[in-house]
Design a protein around this ligand. Structure first.
Ligand SMILES: Cc1cc2nc3c(=O)[nH]c(=O)nc-3n(C[C@H](O)[C@H](O)[C@H](O)COP(=O)(O)OP(=O)(O)OC[C@H]3O[C@@H](n4cnc5c(N)ncnc54)[C@H](O)[C@@H]3O)c2cc1C
Length: 519
């Protein structure tokens, strides 16, 4: 074996998986066809629940340090309008500006620090697998070679070769609209007005935000007075390669077609073009081959693909680690498909809705947008949508999830008081190991958890308004089990043992019964 796991693709998702596998104690080998990180402006930053997860890992500062700007106010495009999360004291959706090439640089460095091997200039061109091994044919600078591992994960993007070679169908829709997104400096003939509008010499006033015309959609917006953010969306017959850069002339022509004006443009700092798809793989796993990130799902909305893909890696890393280290309970690896399919379906729900909301110029379409604009001023719908976009509302249907409302959810960052001082759930998760958290001095439950202390960190703490007597938290920060307040030992102990052995395998003491993951 050349490695425990071969990762195909050193995009953000592949590199994040390399990090997570190293943290889980296994050896990944990353194969990337490009000789170096390409300076293509794709995603402009990280957003949603992945930011929380990085904070729980104790690594968010590493990403913030590489970021290009402070957290902007969360007023985000959604369905051809802006949703203003600044109305909420605790916005559920935040954005960390970190252009994708810089993000890949941070992840590359992080993965190497942890011991991952990353080979660039290596393209995977063939695959085969048997009961124990998967083998990849790789084209590299010295010709063709073969590498093998226990598992292989295709993190090789939207046109995934791994997905095709494994015969995994990728059904869905490609939408006809072409989106163009750019940031340019403000030229002399353009004056910025209050409220974000601009005055263009010889043209007149152009409004901040989205403008719909019969030809498509135009948007103007910026968080920096020296820069203009521009966006167009229009139906086109031409098929573009998302990896081929857009030019200023192409953008100017598109603005002319959509808005009907000749808009002077300064120097570009970002030029991107992309097409929207709504697709998800029929299965995330075929034997020893798995897929993650854009190789597994594509959403017809901006700003959500990257975070969803990175969270695929977080979900998969510890499960593959458990399998390779030989302690995974039966069925653990299959939960990757169940859980991340649900996550992508939730993301797809609002992404697909955005297609309908931003389309059309007729009175019905305008009324639909106006209605949503009204609804999204109220706190409850705004919170609901923010949670959906961020992925924070996601609740996995774990065994026993009817027992306690927190089972399956992302663990809240409770402030904790312990005998060794103040701490928090986020701090306890820095080890990236499972955590058993006793919040009510439940010696009965703590003693049971200690039978798994070779895999699970056991903590006792106090917190104001405890949500449960005890929590069992997986390495991806989702709550695997919870005891209700004052739950009798008789029921809590049985359920805790089931959860511990169902998620984390065999206990230390041979006398404790081993239970397979309950279905
Ligand atoms: C113009 C544009 C703007 C975008 N803006 C945003 C945004 O604002 N927010 C957001 O969330 N998302 C955005 N996205 C989407 C985001 O870029 C993707 O979701 C993200 O790149 C997915 O990461 P990934 O690692 O799954 O795939 P990729 O980033 O596509 O990485 C796949 C890697 O695999 C390599 N590879 C492919 N085939 C092989 C092979 N056979 N052998 C070896 N290596 C291979 C590729 O070279 C590549 O490095 C944008 C995308 C585009 C194109």
């Amino acid at each position: 074996m050349d490695a425990d796991v071969i990762i195909v693709g050193a995009g953000p998702v592949g590199l994040m998986l390399a990090v997570e596998l190293c943290l889980a104690g296994v050896r990944p080998l990353v194969l990337e066809r490009q000789p170096q990180i390409r300076d293509i402006p794709k995603a402009g930053g990280l957003s949603g629940q992945i930011l929380e997860l990085l904070r729980y890992r104790g690594e968010l500062e590493r990403f913030e340090a590489a970021g290009t700007a402070a957290l902007p106010a969360p007023r985000l495009p959604w369905g051809g309008m802006h949703v203003d999360f600044t109305r909420l004291a605790d916005p559920p959706m935040e954005v960390l500006p970190l252009p994708q090439p810089l993000l890949e640089g941070v992840l590359d460095e992080f993965a190497r620090e942890l011991g991952a091997e990353i080979r660039r200039g290596r393209e995977v061109v063939g695959l085969s697998q048997d009961d124990a091994t998967v083998t990849a044919d790789v084209r590299g600078p010295d010709g063709q070679e073969r590498v093998s591992a226990r598992y292989l994960v295709g993190c090789d993007g939207a046109s995934s070769r791994v997905r095709d070679l494994a015969g995994i169908p990728f059904p869905g829709i490609t939408y006809p609209e072409v989106q163009r997104l750019a940031v340019v400096t403000v030229p002399e003939s353009v004056t910025l007005l209050e409220g974000g509008d601009i005055d263009v010499a010889g043209v007149g006033r152009i409004s901040f935000g989205f403008t719909r015309t019969e030809r498509g959609e135009f948007a103007l917006g910026s968080t920096n007075p020296e820069l203009m953010g521009l966006y167009t969306s229009e139906e086109e017959a031409t098929e573009y390669d998302d990896n081929e850069p857009m030019t200023v002339t192409e953008l100017r022509d598109s603005i002319r077609r959509v808005l009907g004006v000749e808009l002077p443009l300064g120097e570009p700092t970002r030029l991107t073009r992309f097409t929207f798809h709504a697709r998800q793989v029929e299965r995330y796993r075929d034997g020893r081959i798995l897929v993650a990130g854009d190789a597994a799902h594509l959403f017809p909305a901006p700003g959500v693909a990257l975070g969803t893909g990175l969270l695929d890696s977080v979900n998969l890393g510890w499960k593959l680690g458990a399998d390779i280290e030989g302690w995974a309970p039966a069925g653990l690896l299959d939960t990757y498909d169940d859980e991340r399919r649900l996550a992508a379906e939730r993301m797809m729900l609002h992404a697909q809705a955005q297609v309908a909301i931003r389309r059309g110029h007729d009175p019905a379409a305008i009324a639909l947008r106006e209605l949503f604009q009204e609804l999204l001023v109220d706190e409850q719908p705004l919170r609901r949508l923010g949670g959906l976009m961020a992925g924070s509302e996601l609740r996995y249907p774990f065994p026993g999830h009817d027992h306690h409302a927190s089972i399956g959810t992302f663990a809240p960052d409770l402030a904790l008081d312990t005998d060794r001082g103040a701490t928090s759930v986020a701090e306890l998760m820095h080890t990236s190991r499972p955590v058993f958290l006793d919040l009510a001095d439940r010696v009965d439950l703590r003693e049971i958890a200690r039978d798994w202390q070779h895999r699970v960190d056991v903590h006792t703490a106090r917190t104001d308004h405890r949500p449960a007597d005890a929590l069992l938290i997986r390495p991806d920060a989702h709550i695997a089990w919870a005891a209700t307040i004052d739950e009798p030992t008789a029921t809590a102990a049985v359920a805790l043992r089931e959860a511990l052995s169902g998620w984390f395998g065999t206990p230390l003491k041979a006398t404790v019964p081993i239970i397979d993951r309950p279905s």
